[in-house]
Design a protein around this ligand. Sequence first.
Ligand code: HEC
Length: 233
Amino acid sequence: MTKNIFKITAILGCAAIALSSCSKGNPPLVYFPDMYFPVAYDPLMKADIAYSDHENEIPAFVKQGGGTGLGPVDGTVAQNPEGLTDAAANTAMTVLEYNEGYDASKLITASPLDPANQAKDLERGKDLFNKTCSACHGTGGDGQGSIVQSGAYSGVPKYADREITIGSVHYVLTHGRNSMGSYAGQLKPGDQWRVALYIMNEFKGGLTAAPTPAVANATPMAKTAESSTSPKK
Ligand code: HEC
């Protein structure tokens, strides 16, 4: 008997739910209009459309004169302290544009990084190269990374066999080349140059190894032989 009561209740319940959604009224009741009809703001723009009535009420907006986003908290660590722009971000190029950019990048034989930090930059470049690139390129830059040796991937060149400059390494790592994809999303703008610096220094004997007429400030760099095991800062 109790079983039947349960069954009847369940059937009635289902019927009630099913019928209740057959509302002919249009549009249906909307509980959170902001969620159904959201207003897309640009970061930090002034909330002067949808929230105009409220901009003086919401404390976070009031503090910023109606701005919709908050500024960085005091003491926030900058993600791009060198202020180098990430030109690769969101750029779609035609083949022609890519090739022109590649040719132009070969003429760049100096890094925009502060030379005073070179030892640290090379150390970080090595660490990031080993983590990001060596699976294909090999820790020795010989194109014999673990993926290549496993037989899963091929066509990775030896850096020694390529005519590259720090500019072209940076270009290829940010825009990709043929079967190599872009690594712009994995390396911050400053780190992209650190990896390029490390490659030139470690596998090409320094920045002077440019195949193109060298630009004035391309001086040979000190090789940092040891230190993959040194602690990170
Ligand atoms: C998934 C494997 C793979 C990874 C990971 C990889 N590469 Fe490559 N890389 C390649 C292949 C394949 C080529 C050959 C592309 C070509 O020229 O056809 C290449 C070519 C290059 C070249 C030579 C391009 C030229 O101008 O001749 C450079 C420089 C380079 N890679 C840098 C990097 C750097 C820096 C990283 C790490 C941020 C990296 N690669 C990560 C596969 C990889």
